[in-house]
Design a binder for this molecule. Structure first.
Ligand code: SAH
Ligand code: DHB
Ligand code: MG
Length: 222
């Protein structure tokens, strides 16, 4: 099995289960044209996020890392008209592209992009008292994942779902010699979950058009 196969299988499932979707395709095209890095979730991953939000009956979603708003659109579409999605993005150029993409998808009334480093924006959220969120998607800088999970817990209720992207990193997560800050962030995050009775979690390895990676899924307990 190789990358070619994984990409072909993703293309097959995208064609079969997702089909044409102008809003999402426009968002990717505009993001690529603006020179944004091509690190958004894949279509099948985006739909998984969407389905998880639907299964959860989510009304309020918190996202770390907007980029061009691709995952944001998938998640926001799962919410009712009165729903809210707050997405935290450090790069104002990324946020501006995302705003346009989200407006074109007709989701501006649901999505609120906050520009700044997530660690600086979290205290503002605590002050605003807008939680608890029903679902959190953590997909910003990987070294701060433990802090983002801590912050999310403050904005959660029993039953809140916390999803963390990119926890496998081509297998680096299990390499004890790996010095990468992101890898360390993921391992620290695993220890944090293991030591926290408020969280029950798993992690799933994935292959696809974005290579070999994976995500973690956690639920906040009583
Ligand atoms: N969720 C997006 C991809 C996000 S890529 C999607 O799947 O479509 C990661 C994003 O996190 C980038 O846009 C990057 O600018 C942003 N980011 C990096 N460090 C950050 C920080 N400290 N706070 C907030 N956002 C950050
Ligand atoms: C990177 C970030 C992501 O969120 C992702 O899904 C893939 C790669 C990165 O920073 O390289
Ligand atoms: Mg990611």
């Amino acid at each position: 099995m190789n990358q070619e196969t994984w990409s072909a299988v993703d293309a097959y499932f995208e064609d079969c289960l997702i089909g044409e979707d102008p809003a999402l395709e426009n968002a990717l095209r505009a993001s690529a044209e603006a020179g944004l890095p091509l690190i958004h979730v894949t279509p099948t991953q985006g739909k998984l996020l969407h389905l998880l939000a639907r299964i959860q009956g989510a009304r309020k979603v918190l996202e770390f890392g907007t980029l061009g708003g691709y995952s944001t659109i998938w998640l926001a579409r799962a919410l009712p008209e009165s729903g809210k999605l707050i997405s935290l993005e450090a790069n104002s150029d990324h946020a501006a592209i995302a705003e346009t993409n989200i407006a074109r998808a007709g989701l501006s009334h649901i999505v609120d992009i906050r520009v700044g480093r997530a660690l600086d924006l979290l205290p503002v959220l605590y002050q605003e008292d807008i939680g608890p969120f029903d679902l959190v998607f953590i997909d910003a800088d990987k070294s701060n994942i433990p802090e983002y999970v801590d912050g999310s817990l403050k904005l959660s209720r029993p039953g809140t779902i916390i999803i963390v992207d990119n926890v496998v990193r081509s297998g680096l997560v299990a390499d004890s010699a790996d010095q990468d800050l992101g890898g360390r962030g993921v391992r620290h995050f695993c220890q944090l979950i293991a030591g926290n009775p408020r969280l029950s979690a798993t992690a799933i390895q994935t292959v696809g058009s974005k290579g070999y990676d994976g995500f973690s899924l956690a639920i906040v307990m009583e």
